[in-house]
Design a binder for this molecule. Structure first.
Ligand SMILES: Nc1nc2c(ncn2[C@@H]2O[C@H](COP(=O)(O)OP(=O)(O)OP(=O)(O)O)[C@@H](O)[C@H]2O)c(=O)[nH]1
Length: 798
């Protein structure tokens, strides 16, 4: 540990005061200046003008709200949005200040559900604590599906809300409304994490005190970065043998490259873990009462005084590295006050430059409440997060949404769920108020829908409400839509970006065992597909089979099981199939003529050009470079359609095409015999021929695989991976367990979970995540092509 003064010197030497990325605090009455005259200009929507008028009236009455509005160059509408954001109405500001929308995300089994259960208990939302797979057989509140309770895993994210009361500086109780989403840890259910993070303002990243940063922590970190979600970290399981929060903090810094520092230190560890020291207030905190419901504060016990002082110095130093105000104090050797330190941590956390680390043991009911204080202290309220929409009425210009109740409504449907009362749609309200009985417009198809019922979700229970304000999360009944649709009040043409949906990597054929179940089978398929964008259902005309595709074996297994339980449909499934892809080989020219004359109008289309690899194994690309009008615009459109159809089912083994470009640069049209159909067909034929001539390849998905098991099984696990053709990239050895990082083809990993279980006496675990597509080994390609040709020949015989 460096001494503070040495740290200061190093700080001066390394960073000086030359950092350019200054963090601009977004206060409620911020410093951006805009002119009142501009806001009143005719271009500004009346809704904004009325809001501004209200605001000005209140501002005039409020001595503290004295921001001066001056001219700024921007279009009136953007200006008004910006003005509102930077000069929040004091009443709205006070309301929003008390709202937090947070998600809990982490590696499998880190304790997300257990932490959430404590949060619900301490906030008075539930009357008793039930544990995941607990002996009382009840199960945690947020794992409401039977399957979740049986397996002890979270499959669907569950939303709830609670009120957390925190004392302010003057000792007055302040009530905060927290909307909370508990997400699954298994990579197979990753879409649940994606959509939760898309709509949440902040997150609690949970880590296991023994394992630290694990493979899924890295995935979750990537997802948090994708949606710019600020996070606090909670090192859970401090009661476990080998618990070491500081190792976890080092790993957040090194593996996730996110500056992190402890805001607490533990008092005791493992089975002697007693409580924590708050490094901001320098007080010891213990949980007392049967379920740790009360907190007792004392002076710091002597045994942890030294480490507390050292870690506080490290906290200040780490924050000074990412926050200019703290940096200046640090260089001037000024000790920050409690408020200054808390404010700096808050700025840095919201600015995505830092994560404060809390610690405790949810299972032992220790130190969960201080983490909740951390949610309030360091995670943003809805007005501190920039949410943008595209204004379709103004050339897709980007506009900031303002979480004002009085503005026109804008909300995003982020999750659909079938319930006993019909389709339930989860909506995050970004602007305005959603009222029961009102009409809203779906920005995707401009359809008007009435909102018959609004509820707040508490896991699988609901609380009926008549309206939901801006910055909140709710669910509505009877609103037909797709996941990711934007809703507005109809005045605004706003549309919000949806979430990232990963492509499925595995599929299997499925059919009901009994023909009488066909109707229920179709109903279930339609529902699952609507709810989960990573679950796809297709019908293969050639094999006459229904094919389901998803993110992994577990993902598909769960749906087959749900079909049995929820729809009473027993299914037969085929062997899991890998989602292979096909790609073009070398640059190949084509000149294809489709000409048929069978009496009456004939078919005529000639297409010329070339096909080549795009260079990246991602999307395909169609281009037309016709000069002189040899093919008209209308027919070129048909050519593109033909290209897209061809890319859906490759000529090699019938799988989708990737990384292939087709350029049509010449052709010929017949006065009477040419048609859109003829050009579409000619393109498909030309595609097939050129593709097959180019020495194409079959691509297979490569999976990033991480295996963890007790050290004594290391040799067996390595042998197992070698047998499956994996490339081992790295091995980490811990106190009593090891972790192997490997790249494996998905094909080589079928049934790995049971092999691993057998080889490690059930103690090993692994995660597998799609990484990228790569050419399959030649013998695999050959086998796949032969199998495909055989199946086709058999079908042709029938
Ligand atoms: N020793 C110890 N065990 C804990 C603690 N918190 C949770 N557990 C246990 O860890 C296991 C996993 O807990 P969960 O809360 O289901 O973890 P999760 O992260 O929600 O799991 P998934 O959603 O399936 O990824 C359960 O057996 C819990 O009892 C803790 O603080 N200490």
């Amino acid at each position: 540990m460096r001494s503070p003064s040495l740290a200061r010197l190093n700080y001066r030497a390394v960073s000086g005061l030359t950092r350019t990325a200054r963090f601009q605090p977004q206060g409620f009455l911020g410093s951006r200046c805009v002119s009142t005259a501009a806001l009143r200009s005719p271009g500004v929507a009346p809704a904004y003008q009325s809001v501004l008028k209200q605001w000005e009236q209140r501002r005039n009455a409020s001595a503290s709200a004295s921001a001066v509005l001056e001219a700024a160059a921007a279009s009136p509408e953007t200006l008004s949005q910006a003005a509102i954001i930077d000069n929040l109405d004091p009443v709205e500001a006070a309301r929003l200040d008390k709202v937090r929308n947070i998600g809990i995300a982490a590696h499998i089994d880190s304790g997300k559900t257990t932490v959430t259960e404590r949060v619900l208990f301490y906030t008075g939302r539930i009357k008793a604590i039930h544990d995941v797979r607990g002996r009382d057989g009840v199960g945690a509140k947020m794992d409401s599906m039977d399957l979740e309770r049986e397996k002890g895993i979270t499959i669907q994210s569950a939303a709830t809300f609670c009120d957390w009361v925190k004392k302010d500086k003057e000792g007055v109780d302040q009530k905060y409304h927290v909307n909370l989403i508990d997400t699954p840890g298994h990579i197979d259910f990753t879409i649940e994490v994606e959509r939760a993070l898309r709509v949440l303002d902040g997150a609690v990243m949970i880590l296991c005190a023994v394992s630290g940063v694990q493979s899924q922590t890295i995935t979750v970190d990537r997802q948090m970065r994708r949606y710019n979600v600020p996070r606090i970290s909670f090192v859970n399981k401090m009661d476990r043998m080998g618990a070491n929060p500081f190792k976890a903090i080092d790993q957040i810094n090194t593996k996730l490259k996110m500056p992190a520092a402890a805001v607490q230190v533990p008092i005791g560890a493992e089975d002697e873990f007693e409580g924590v020291v708050d490094l901001i207030r320098m007080k010891a905190i213990y949980n007392v009462g049967e379920s740790g419901e009360e907190l007792k504060e004392t002076d710091i016990p002597d045994k942890v005084k030294k480490v507390a002082e050292e870690r506080r110095a490290m906290l200040i130093e780490t924050v000074a590295d990412v926050d200019d105000q703290m940096a200046e104090m640090f260089l001037d050797e000024v000790e920050p006050t409690e408020d200054q330190l808390r404010a700096a941590i808050r700025r840095a956390t919201i600015g995505l430059k830092f994560t404060p680390v809390f610690m405790g043991s949810a299972l032992a009911n220790k130190s969960v409440q201080p983490m909740l204080d951390g949610v309030v202290d360091f995670l943003p309220n809805p007005s501190e997060v920039e949410n943008l929409a595209l204004d379709q009425k103004r050339n897709e210009a980007s506009v900031k949404l303002v979480p004002y109740n009085s503005l026109p409504f804008v909300g995003l449907a982020f999750k659909l769920e079938e319930s006993n009362f019909g389709q339930l749609t989860y909506i995050r309200v970004y602007q305005g108020t959603l009222r029961k009985g009102s009409n809203v417009f779906n920005a995707r198809n401009n359809k008007k829908v009435k909102v018959p019922r609004i509820v707040r979700m508490h896991s699988n229970e609901m609380e009926e409400v008549t309206e939901i304000g801006a910055g909140e999360i709710c669910a509505v009944f009877g609103v037909e839509c797709a996941s990711g649709d934007t809703f507005t009040d109809g005045q605004l043409g706003y549309s919000m970006s949806s979430m990232f949906v990963p492509e499925p990597v595995i599929s299997l054929s499925i059919k009901p065992k009994q023909a009488k179940d066909a109707a229920n089978f179709s109903k279930a398929m339609a529902r699952f597909q609507r709810e989960d964008p990573t679950f796809r259902v297709t019908y293969d005309n050639e094999s006459e089979q229904t094919i389901i595709s998803g993110m992994g074996e577990l993902h598909l297994d769960i749906y087959v099981e749900r079909m049995r339980r929820e729809y009473r449909v027993e299914c037969e499934t085929g062997q899991p199939q890998v989602a292979y892809r096909e790609t073009i080989g070398e640059h190949t020219k084509f000149d294809h003529l489709l000409k048929k004359q069978t009496g009456g109008a004939g078919d005529y289309a000639r297409v010329m050009g070339y096909m080549e690899p795009t260079g990246v194994l991602e999307e395909n690309n169609f281009q037309q470079q016709i000069v002189g009008g040899s093919i008209s615009e209308k027919y070129l459109f048909a050519c593109e359609k033909g290209f897209n159809i061809s890319c859906e089912k490759g000529p090699l083994i019938g799988h989708k095409i990737l990384g292939t470009r087709m350029v049509i640069n010449d052709g010929a049209t017949h006065m009477t015999d040419s048609s859109e159909m003829a050009f579409k067909n000619a393109t498909q034929q030309a595609f097939r021929k050129a593709f097959m001539e180019s020495q194409p390849s079959v691509l297979e998905p490569l999976m990033k695989t991480v295996v963890t098991a007790p050290s004594e099984f290391q040799g067996d696990v390595i042998a197992l991976l070698n047998k499956r053709g994996a490339t081992i990239n790295d091995t980490e050895t811990g106190v009593d367990e090891f972790t192997i990082y490997a790249d494996c083809s998905l094909n080589g990993m079928f049934g790995f979970s049971s092999n691993l279980r057998a080889a490690t006496q059930g103690k090993g675990e692994y995660t597998m995540e799609f990484s990228h597509y790569e050419k399959a080994p030649p013998h695999v390609q050959k086998e796949l092509i032969a199998k495909y040709l055989k199946a086709q020949a058999e079908r042709n015989k029938k």
